[in-house]
Design a protein around this ligand. Structure first.
Ligand SMILES: Cc1cc2nc3c(=O)[nH]c(=O)nc-3n(C[C@H](O)[C@H](O)[C@H](O)COP(=O)(O)OP(=O)(O)OC[C@H]3O[C@@H](n4cnc5c(N)ncnc54)[C@H](O)[C@@H]3O)c2cc1C
Length: 234
């Protein structure tokens, strides 16, 4: 774990409820794809946010928010906005979490609920850079279609990489939506007879992670091949 101050470079809306936050650490920060940092609001109030980026020695990228305003993210965002506007640094603890990408030859299932996407995005980017192309299935579940803030980029990845499949799943779809609907993990259960062969990386609301763990184990997944930092909280 590395503790360092960061300048807040930019806060940009990805949707009306989710913001991209770019931070520049004052000290080099190393981390693994899928790890998170803690934003220290005070000495005792530290909030975990997944790193959406790969280590590049420069900026850290976070996606903070939820499909509706909640205190967990809005308080963190208010704090970041205040530090940005007053040119004050923030303190972070980076390189945290056990649910990072593992070296393996297994095909990969990435499952994100809402802003859990930040976590799977960094893992997907790392997998794209690996010379050996493992089959990757990225399922991203959201309540509304408008929450799929990187829909086009991911569809382009899928169009240009045979080994990468992207399946967005909208819970409350309107008439315009042509894709999958319902709960994201139910789409996975419908698509895979068995999850036996897969390394599975999961992030999203805690109730979702609990439901997914139990349902996927019943569908043949192996507990030692399932990774989610939320397991430590539920
Ligand atoms: C280590 C760690 C890292 C975190 N990183 C971030 C971060 O980077 N950014 C951030 O904003 N917050 C983060 N959080 C906080 C928390 O994970 C998010 O607040 C949460 O993922 C927000 O989800 P949402 O409201 O966007 O999803 P929702 O909009 O509530 O749900 C999205 C989809 O998930 C599925 N789903 C939701 N609930 C259920 C359920 N009960 N059963 C089955 N499926 C369900 C559905 O398909 C739904 O459409 C983190 C927490 C921890 C512990």
């Amino acid at each position: 774990m590395i503790q360092t101050q960061c300048t807040v470079d930019a806060i940009t809306p990805l949707t009306p409820f989710v913001q991209q936050v770019l931070l520049s650490p004052l000290q080099a920060v190393d981390f693994l794809p899928g790890q998170y940092l803690q934003l220290c609001l005070t000495e005792h109030d530290k909030r975990p946010f997944s790193l959406a980026c790969l280590p590049n020695g420069k900026q850290l990228e976070l996606h903070i928010g939820a499909s509706k305003a909640d205190e967990y993210s809005s308080q963190a965002l208010n704090y970041l906005q205040q530090q940005l506007h007053t040119n004050q640094p923030v303190m972070v603890e980076a390189g945290l979490g056990q649910a990072h990408l593992r070296p393996s030859d297994n095909p990969v299932l990435l499952l994100a609920g809402g802003t859990g996407f930040s976590y799977v995005y960094s893992i997907a980017k790392a997998l794209q850079l690996q010379p050996q192309k493992r089959p990757v299935f990225l399922y991203w579940g959201v309540q509304q279609q408008s929450s799929l803030y990187l829909l086009e980029e991911l569809q382009q990845w899928a169009n240009s990489h045979n080994s990468f499949r992207f399946i967005p799943v909208v819970q409350q779809a309107d008439n315009q939506w042509q894709g999958r609907t319902g709960l994201v993990h139910e789409a996975v259960l419908n698509d895979f007879i068995s999850l036996d062969a897969y390394d599975i990386y999961i992030a999203g609301p805690f109730p979702m992670v609990g439901v997914v763990r139990d349902a996927f184990l019943k569908q043949g997944a192996h507990r030692e091949q399932m990774f989610a930092d939320a397991f430590a909280y539920i």
